[in-house]
Every structure is written in structure tokens, then in C-alpha cells.
Ligand binder design. Sequence first.
Ligand code: CP
Ligand code: NVA
Length: 301
Amino acid sequence: MMQNLLTLKDWTPEQILAVLDKAKALKADYGPYQDALKGKSVATLFEKPSLRTRVSFDVGINKLGGHAVYLDQQNGALGKRESVKDFAQNLSRWCDAIVARVFDHATLLELAEHASVPVVNSLCDLYHPCQAMADMLTIMEHNSDWQQSKLAYVGDGNNVTHSLMIIAAKLGVDMVVVCPPGHFPDGQQVLEAQALAAQSGASLTLSSDVAALEGVDVIYADTWISMGDTTPLEEIKAKFAPYQVNAQMMASSGASHFLHCQPAHREVEVTSEVMDSEQSLVMDQAENRMHAQNAILLTLI
Ligand code: CP
Ligand code: NVA
């Protein structure tokens, strides 16, 4: 029985697929679920900025008849005014789940250790599992043969990359990660995802050469500089330039779809031409955050 959603690594493929099936059912019709969280409250706390996560949880919980309590960057800063342990124990007395966006994954582990209600990771330095769930839902919707499709992540190896590698490996989807030298995903995360891929029969390869994108079905991009990273764009722009997703990259790879978790930096990691193209599924992804997260909450609460 899953208690939390922290990394997705401890969820079985069957559990992930069940949540995605629930998300599809919700998206088709909220009618049967409009009181599913009646009388329940979910704390959503943020140590970092957010548009999609904040709004999709708030609106989504409302659609299920529940109540979201938003704690902003000042009031959601864990361990500052009081300890993470006290924060977890207090919130557990009022709320039925805690959704947290934090700087450090260790904070989530501490929160989960001391909370008596489910804890959901809504982004940390290492993972973004809610995003990965919505991404997989989006891929499934647009590709009936999704298990045979090949996913590519291009750019900076980061939290979003880690969670995508994990979900792709769990569900048996082949993936290639293409990054500039020195910007690959964390080595330990790669090894763990490759071990998961070996179990499902999927491949997970890494390259610095954009030629490795040839034959992929989906190209996924994220910011080159994640929240909390103070590297000036000018310092890395030239190194990352060959990894910009543009019409030429889409055409030469043969990819049919483009994904981006957003916020996107137009004309930086992706051109507006691609972002606004027919191939772009970015707004479906954003919408699917809500359905996937609702399915996660219904499963955990
Ligand atoms: N994709 C995503 O998590 O967006 P926000 O940072 O706006 O929540
Ligand atoms: N990798 C990005 C994702 C934003 C949703 C970041 O952590 O800032």
C-alpha cells in the first residue's frame, strides 16, 4: 500500500497504471467524484514559486469537493519558523494530506517521517513525480501504441529528467537523454533508473550528441536553469545552443510530439515556432497535471 508519493521508485508499474487509469476516468467525467474529497483538506506548501502546481492542485481538489490550504513561500518555508517535524505533526492534526514543493529532498523525507497523513512531492531538487505522471498521461492520450514509443529528453539533466527516467523505466518506455557535457542527470539516479529499465525491458541511454534523437517519437525540454540555480544564462547559452528544440531538430529527429513541463523560456530552450506548433502538447500536459494529481490524491487519501 503506498503511503506517499516522494520519488515514484517505490510504486509498482501496476500502481502507476492504476493511477493513470483513474486520471483518465476523472478527465472524462468528474460527476461521480464530485464529493470524493468532501470534508477533506489538503495542505499545499511551497518553498519555491509555482503557477501550474499551485493552481492545478487548488482547482483539482475543489473539483473533488475538498479544500486546499495554500501555504506560500513565507508560510510554507519548512524548518524556518519551526522544525520540519513540528510542521508535519501540526499539519497532520488538521489535514488529510500534505503536498510540498521544497528545495531539498531531505526535507520531504523528514516531513514524511513525522506526518501521519500522505505526503506528495510537488517538486524538489531531485524529483518532480506529479509532472512525470501528467507527462505519461499526455503521451498515452496521443499515442495508442505508447509503450512502443521512444521518448527523448533534451537539455539540462535535472529533477524533471530524473522523474521522467523513473516513470519511463517503470512502464517499459525506451528513453534517450541528450545533454551538453557536464549537464547530465545525477549518476546515481541514472544507475537506479537503468536498473528499473532492465526489469521492464526498456532501454535508457545517454548522449551528448543530438544525432541520438534520430527516430524518437517525443522530444521533451525543460528550462536550462532550474529554480534555485543562480548560474547566469549568458554563461551557459553557447554550450546549450545546439540543444535548443527548434523546427530543424523536430524535423531531423522525426519526432511527432513536443513536451515541456513549463515554465518555458521561448527562444531559449525552445522556439515559439515549436512551442505553438501542432506537435506541441504542452497545454495538454498542464491540464493533465490536475487530473493526474487528483488521481494521486484519491489513491493516497
Ligand atoms: N511544471 C510546473 O511544475 O510548473 P510550476 O512551477 O508553475 O508549478
Ligand atoms: N526543472 C525545473 C522544473 C520547473 C517546473 C525547476 O526545478 O525549476
